[in-house]
Design a protein around this ligand. Structure first.
Ligand SMILES: [Zn+2]
Length: 490
């Protein structure tokens, strides 16, 4: 029989070993950052700033209802681009796809090398007319105040088009000849699913057998004061994006007078189903693509963060609890559920004959729309609730692009050269981007725009007082200059 002393000693030794392993892992949690020498920025002219301001004036608003799209705004925007970027229009091949989407091609000197493709989108979301007086400057004026340009599209993401085109125009003026072919692809309906824009552009390239070395679209940006424990700004590069699914839940009932109701009405049955879903979230994972971000950031954080993330095998429950507290980080860990529309009832004293709700799911890589539907059915577990997909577009989660590929590194190095002291991390994009339509063309699809956002700026996108600082816009042009040269120079 083992004596109590021996058992105690064994426990102490075991504990010391665990502490030793934890300390070892925390101290050897290697940094994945690359710090490049800061690059001297190219001076950006005032005309470039004026061009962005003018671009903001075009009301290129997309809509699911094609009758509501004002094509003239897009066509006028194209004419404006033509007048503003003469070198591009002289030297690059332009294909218009679906009349309103633009695809530029700048042929490289070595056609054996795979091309690269930069993306952005022309369309913007509308302005909520009830909030228009709350804008500091009119949202289509392209006006500036205190060093910021205001207006719809300054962050999402007309400024991406303009910054990329400014960079290409500057390179052309310098006589630069890229080794790889460069594509610039600007869809016109990203905000409503990209079916007629990006999807068609991707199909067009696919039909020509084009294979792309890497693609860069919007998605992540440079954030500050968002991640606790980090002083430095963080550039998030999307390496994957969540899938999109909306389900309609519906309940039919007999109806009748509300003075003699059954024990549950259609509304009651439906509410119970929704509440069941909310109370049973889909499982969390702390070793998926969503948590990759922390593998890159934790080594730069406090010792306690290094200790926890360096020893996930032990601290997983604590990490999970911590990340669950914030809606943003929680969403990176699992497929989210959000009931967004509910319809039922006509009169206060009449029992409703039907109740309907739309529930929106954002699916993490590793799951898919069928597995989510199965889960929903199982949790609701009530045959009176009918479940079907809505007619809105649906998308499976994207593939995961490698954060260790030379292409990722090139983006990382370009960020570091233009935005010194900025940390870089791969990231799971929570919304949808046009990039998902390009899956067939490349396995290296990254999602990043070089726009700086603080916590309070996050609500400006699709919201009030969307704006970009003039300084940051100039940095952005420099970022694309750097990236294009780094990836297409001899
Ligand atoms: Zn966008």
């Amino acid at each position: 029989m083992i004596s109590r002393n021996k058992l105690f000693l064994g426990l102490v030794i075991g504990l010391l070993i665990i502490i030793g392993i934890c300390l070892f892992n925390a101290l050897n949690f290697e940094s994945r950052q690359i710090f490049e020498k800061e690059k001297k920025h190219t001076k950006i002219s005032n005309q470039a700033i004026e061009r962005l301001k003018t671009a903001i004036g075009y009301k290129t608003i997309s809509s699911e209802n094609t009758n509501l799209i004002d094509s003239n705004e897009f066509l006028n925007f194209h004419r404006f681009l033509e007048g503003s970027f003469p070198e591009i229009h002289r030297n690059l091949e332009l294909t218009k796809i679906g009349n309103l989407s633009l695809l530029f091609r700048w042929e490289g000197t070595n056609t054996k090398l795979k091309p690269i493709l930069l993306m952005s989108h022309q369309d913007i979301v509308p302005i909520d007319s009830t909030t228009i007086e709350k804008w500091e400057l009119e949202p289509f004026s392209g006006g500036s105040k205190n060093g910021y340009i205001y207006g719809r599209g300054t962050l999402d993401v007309k400024s991406g088009i303009l910054a990329q085109m400014e960079a290409v125009e500057l390179l052309l003026k310098k006589g630069f000849k890229p080794t790889r072919t460069i594509y610039l692809a600007y869809g016109h309906d990203e905000e409503v699913g990209g079916q007629k824009g990006a999807k068609k552009i991707a199909q067009f390239l696919k039909n020509q057998n084009v294979k792309i070395e890497f693609i860069l679209d919007e998605g992540g940006s440079i954030i500050s004061d968002v991640i606790p424990g980090l002083q430095n700004p963080v550039a998030l590069i999307g390496v994957a994006e969540k899938g999109y699914l909306s389900l309609e839940l519906s309940v039919s009932a007999k109806g009748g007078h509300s003075s003699m109701p059954p024990s549950e009405t259609a509304i009651g049955i439906l509410s119970k189903a929704i509440s069941n879903l909310e109370n049973n979230p889909l499982p969390y994972t702390t070793d998926g693509v969503g948590s990759l971000m922390f593998d890159y950031l934790a080594p730069e954080m406090t010792f306690s963060a290094r200790l926890a993330f360096g020893n996930k095998w032990l601290f997983n429950p604590i990490i999970k609890r911590k990340l669950e507290q914030n809606n943003g980080t929680r969403a990176t860990l699992h497929t989210t559920i959000a009931a967004t529309i509910i319809e039922s009832g006509t009169k206060e004293n009449v029992l409703p004959t039907s109740a309907k709700a739309t529930v929106n799911f954002r699916i993490i890589p590793g799951e898919n729309s069928s597995s989510v539907q199965k889960y929903v059915k199982q949790i609701i577990n009530d045959n009176r609730v009918k479940i079907k997909k809505t007619t809105h577009f649906q998308d499976e989660p994207s593939g995961i692009s490698n954060p260790e590929s030379p292409n990722f590194r090139n983006i990382q190095k370009s960020i570091s050269a233009i935005f010194p002291k900025t940390l870089v991390a791969p990231y799971l994009v929570l919304g949808s981007t046009d990039a998902r339509h390009y899956n067939l063309l490349s396995k290296n699809i990254y999602r990043f725009v070089p726009f700086r956002l603080s916590k309070s700026d996050l609500s400006r996108m699709h919201g009030l007082n969307e704006r970009i600082s003039i300084k940051n816009y100039k940095e952005s042009i420099n970022f694309y200059l750097e990236l294009l040269q780094r990836t297409t120079q001899k």
